[in-house]
Design a binder for this molecule. Structure first.
Ligand SMILES: C[S@@+](CC[C@H](N)C(=O)[O-])C[C@H]1O[C@@H](n2cnc3c(N)ncnc32)[C@H](O)[C@@H]1O
Length: 720
């Protein structure tokens, strides 16, 4: 890597362009006894990429050779046609002296790259290692004009099918310049990550802030009168056969990168950014190429930051993608304690579906987790509901190579990684996935619980992956197969509410005096639930509170089907589903003024969690909706809201507004979760502290007892 002492650096960047600066530079290096000064790595580190693109017989030009040993090493492994040029007479003389007897065929010529006098089509390969970076020290017009002159000569001296290989840090102005220049010239461009600058495996941790890249630009034959820009600006009225011949006319090179005719654009732009041997991917536009490279650079900078510094107080997260996949597989949150403990580094795998619990979802919770587990740095790993994970062991295998890259600098890279979790099963089996117009992609998955040995089935929307929309318990039963085999199947146990927010919403019915006088009521109690999900809440209410008359409003017919097929949801005389928009329905019903409900419940997810509110969508708690909801309530009615809002400001403003719309309002924060349940009563209660305490006692008693209202069926192998 580049490691220039201050006395070797020029006073201004422009000096990099002057012969005099380089003469002094190489004289000084010699005085200091330095044999060579390598920019961006030596031959062994670059061999993979160089050997991939250069053939032994190629006529090679090393542009700005300096006193690098690269050309000597290429020569020694068999590349004999190597010409080195440099603007510094001093370094050319040094290199001639050094190589003349050992490598007699190798040429060293003093030449300005801006005024090359080689004939047209002389070279198959031009290698530039750090030279363009030195020439383009900044993005001023003057320097840019010099760089254009340099590349213009490269284009002239290169044979068709030849490659300009520029090893560079690709600062943004150089990246943009190179891509646009060769795109204009109609060359194929590939950008590959070099291993130089990467941290070698099993070495004590060192990180490079700046990754090194190779831009490989391949010269295509120009068709007179055409430039690639013509293809972009005109609609070409040609058929595919003509297009194919036209494109092949450009491509006379036999290479693994034959031009494909799959799209009507001319450019061939590729990136290979994992490692030099990794998969090459086609990109559609220069801007995509630039973004991909910038992504790698930002990632390297971020990694350097977390490896060399304590990041306590910073909220740093990153997503890991599988190779060749567009879907993230893990989210990693890096948590540092601001004090030093005995244990240095561990990985905490959050069981799938628990990502939204306070301890794992919030920076404060994760900090507490790091303190509790006693590690200086804890990487908290969230799994993705749309991904399949075979077992904890598979997860460890997948992560072990990656997570050490985030270990503190003083930890050896071959140190053993400690994996922690809660002891619950970490992953779920995906049973079904689909996409609907409203919910987007959704997943039905199953996990086995160690706690009660039962299976649980969940519905998750990928737009809001940290929130489980519905969870139900599955119980086994032995079916009487025709052959008498009695295979084990599972049914949904609607006697059990698995989601804590459903427990708390149900318990809110205690405000209706449900467990005492209303139980004897002869009139049905009218309930409107907005948001069906898997249907766990309405099914439980319908089964155990027969005096309820329940209307469920769901926007998405496909979700109703999912509830029916995967969560055992069934309609009944006292349980109806209406497919429609909750906001429109409530506004319409309230305007009509004919209907009243004893209870209205919102259990609706937001498809835009970027605001910090994942339940309900913000429009559901806007003033006009709250007015409409209140109008729908019977005098002793009750509005119950499942509310999950991480954004503190938004949370405060919604709550302070809601208070003004209902005579009594109480909130029940669900332990270890972001969700809270807001109970709004349509009547005035004793608002003294003791009065409120009394009310909450009523709810909390119900919360505790909901699941024991019915006898647990587990373990009984009953018939459905
Ligand atoms: C950053 S050094 C790279 C040296 C070498 N490629 C390496 O990898 O160590 C840049 C080299 O480009 C040379 N150089 C700068 N401007 C040049 C020009 N206009 N023509 C030829 N060489 C030039 C410098 O003399 C210097 O040797």
């Amino acid at each position: 890597m580049v490691n220039l002492k201050l006395d070797l650096l020029p006073k201004t960047k422009k000096e990099f362009a002057h012969e005099g600066y380089w003469d002094t530079f190489f004289k000084n290096l010699k005085k200091k006894g330095r044999q060579s000064f390598e920019w961006y790595g030596e031959y062994p580190e670059l061999a993979v990429i160089l050997n991939k693109y250069i053939k032994l017989k190629d006529n090679i030009l090393i542009a700005g050779c300096g006193n690098s040993s690269l050309s000597a090493e290429l020569y020694d492994v068999g590349y004999r046609n190597v010409t080195n040029v440099d603007i510094s007479q001093v370094v050319i003389k040094q290199m001639q002296d050094k190589n003349k007897s050992l490598r007699p065929e190798m040429k060293f010529i003093r030449m300005d790259l801006m005024e090359m006098d080689f004939d047209e089509n002389t070279f198959n390969v031009v290698i530039d290692k750090g030279t363009l970076d030195a020439i383009m020290a900044d993005s001023s017009d003057e320097i840019r004009e010099r760089a254009e002159r340099y590349l213009c000569h490269i284009c002239r001296v290169m044979r068709v099918g030849g490659r300009y290989m520029c090893i560079s840090l690709l600062q943004e102005h150089i990246l943009v310049f190179l891509c646009n220049y060769f795109f204009r010239e109609g060359w194929m461009i590939r950008i590959s990550r070099c291993m130089a600058g990467c941290t070698p495996p099993n070495s004590p941790m060192k990180t490079a802030t700046f990754p090194v890249f190779a831009v490989i630009a391949t010269k295509f034959k120009k068709i007179p009168g055409f430039s690639p820009n013509d293809f972009n600006s005109k609609i070409l009225r040609i058929n595919m056969y003509m297009l194919r011949s036209l494109l092949y006319a450009f491509c006379t090179v036999e290479s693994e990168n034959k031009v494909k005719c799959s799209c009507l654009s001319f450019e061939v732009l590729e990136v290979c950014l994992q490692n030099p041997d990794g998969k090459v991917e086609r990109v559609c536009a220069i801007s995509d190429m630039i973004q991909e490279v910038k992504g790698v650079q930002q990632c390297a900078m971020m990694r350097h930051h977390v490896v060399t510094k304590n990041v306590a107080g910073e909220d740093i997260s990153l997503e890991l993608y599988e190779t060749d996949s567009e879907r993230p597989r893990y989210t990693l949150h890096i948590v540092d304690l601001d004090k030093r403990t005995v244990n240095r580094f561990a990985i905490f795998i959050v069981p799938m579906g628990k990502e939204n619990e306070y301890l794992f979802a919030t920076p404060e919770g994760r900090h507490q987790l790091a303190e509790d587990s006693g590690y200086d740095r804890l990487i908290v790993v969230h799994l993705k509901p749309d991904q399949f994970y075979e077992s904890l062991e598979t997860i460890k295998d997948e992560l072990s190579g990656k997570v050490m890259e985030l270990a503190p600098a003083d930890l050896r890279r071959d140190a053993r990684v400690n994996y922690l979790s809660t002891g619950e099963p970490v992953s779920g089996r995906r049973r079904h996935e689909g996409k609907s117009a409203f919910a987007g992609q959704y997943v039905v998955s199953e996990v086995d619980s160690l706690e009660d040995k039962a299976k649980y089935r969940r519905l998750t929307f990928l737009a809001n992956p940290a929130v489980i929309q519905t969870e139900v318990r599955l119980l086994p039963y032995r079916s009487n197969g025709k052959d008498g085999s009695g295979a084990v199947s599972y049914f949904v146990d609607y006697s059990h509410l698995s989601c804590q927010h459903h427990v708390c919403m149900t318990a809110g019915l205690a405000f209706l005096d449900f467990f005492s006088s209303l139980a004897e009521s002869s009139e049905p109690i009218r309930v409107l639930i907005v948001g069906l999900g898997g249907g766990a809440l309405p099914m439980f209410l319908n089964k155990y509170f027969p005096m309820l008359d329940i209307e469920v409003l769901e926007i998405d017919d496909e979700i109703r089907e999912v509830a029916t097929k995967w969560f055992g949801f069934t309609r009944g005389p006292r349980l109806r589903v209406i497919i429609g928009d909750g906001v429109e329905y409530i506004m319409k019903k309230s305007a009509e003024g004919k209907t009243t409900y004893d209870a209205v419940m919102f259990d609706v997810d937001s498809k835009d969690p970027s605001l910090g509110i994942s339940c309900p969508p913000k429009v559901f708690v806007e003033p006009n909706m709250l007015v409409a909801v209140r109008k729908l309530l019977a005098p002793n009615g009750l509005f119950i809201l499942n509310f999950a809002c991480r954004n503190k400001q938004l949370h405060a403003s919604i709550i302070s507004q809601m208070v003004t719309f209902f005579p009594t309002m109480l909130s029940w924060k669900i332990k270890d979760e972001v969700n809270e349940i807001i109970y709004c009563l349509n009547y005035k209660c004793d608002s003294s502290d003791s009065g409120k305490r009394e009310l909450m006692k009523r709810v909390s008693t119900s919360i505790l007892h909901i699941n024991s209202l019915v006898k647990p069926l587990l373990g009984k192998w009953e018939k459905k």
